[in-house]
Design a protein around this ligand. Structure first.
Ligand code: IPD
Ligand code: CA
Ligand code: CA
Length: 269
């Protein structure tokens, strides 16, 4: 990568770090009620919700990044795709874990990934309640609040908690065989309601990995790079045809359990 592009990525990273913290402050005002009552609507089913906070936080992120980098494109959960005039695509989930957010549980976060020519270059996941900012630049390691993080080095799936996600975009039989197999191997699963935050926790070695049979790009773009930069494995999500439009399965894993989890999930590359 040429020095000019590298410098641009550094500038984009610095700016995105300020933007995500600012967006987090705004989201917290909705979470703690200082911004007034939260208006909540159901999307396609009652458990798939969107609040006024999701919409406003995405608008803040797009405006602030767009002011500094007007040629960049955006793909966000609430406002969809807006193509840019260059190769930079910011992939944004303004609130991941909306069901937790609207029900006063702390496991929600803001997720921002930057994709350039099919590669994830920057990752930022911010969990405002715990004030934890997970970051990665491709080739430069992964961090939480500036401290390096590392994927779990456990040897088998029975040695640590595995993050799981599920939605009604797939049927129950997409996940139940995996849960049975995991339990039979003396493993255990955790679902905290935020795929992005779980993926950040997996990159930090708190979970041994993360699996979800179908996930949208805004949920996982940052989490994939975080895991790769933390020394773990992630499937080639962007290599799945139309993943940015339609979503795809996600599997991330600590290096020593990646093969076992690939066999168990069938997510092999
Ligand atoms: C959802 C959460 C959930 C995951 C779903 C996502 P949302 O995102 O990340 O944990 O299992 O696939 O859709 O609706 O809270 O932004
Ligand atoms: Ca989400
Ligand atoms: Ca969301």
């Amino acid at each position: 990568m040429g020095d000019d592009i590298k410098l641009d990525l550094d500038a984009r990273f610095e700016h995105a770090r300020d933007v995500i913290r600012h967006a987090g402050e705004r989201a917290m005002e909705y979470f703690d009620g200082t911004a007034g009552d939260l208006e909540v609507e159901a999307k396609e089913n009652p458990l798939d919700m969107v609040s006024i906070a999701d919409k406003n936080v995405e608008a803040i992120i797009r405006d602030q990044i767009g002011d500094s980098f007007p040629e960049d494109g955006f793909l966000g959960e609430e406002m969809g795709i807006e193509k840019g005039d260059n190769d930079c695509l910011w992939v944004i989930d303004p609130i991941d874990g909306t069901a937790c957010f609207v029900n006063q549980m702390p496991s929600w976060c803001i997720s921002i990934g930057l994709v350039v020519k099919g590669k994830i270059e920057l990752a930022l996941i911010y969990q405002p309640v715990g004030d934890e900012l997970f970051t990665a630049k491709r080739g430069e390691g992964a961090f939480v609040n500036g401290e390096p993080i590392k994927a779990s080095d456990v040897k088998t799936v029975g040695d640590g908690p595995m993050g799981l996600g599920m939605s009604h975009r797939t049927t129950s039989d997409a996940i139940t065989p995996f849960i049975k197999d995991l339990l039979d191997r003396k493993g255990i699963f955790m679902r905290n309601g935020s795929g992005a935050l779980s993926m950040a926790y997996a990159a930090a070695g708190r979970l041994i990995g993360y699996y979800e049979p179908h996930i949208n790009p805004w949920d996982c773009m940052a989490g994939i790079l975080l895991m790769q930069e933390a020394g773990g494995w992630a499937n080639d999500y962007l290599g799945v045809p139309n993943a940015l439009e339609d979503g795809a399965p996600i599997l991330t894993a600590g290096p020593n359990v990646a093969e076992e989890l690939r066999c168990m999930t069938g997510v092999s590359k």
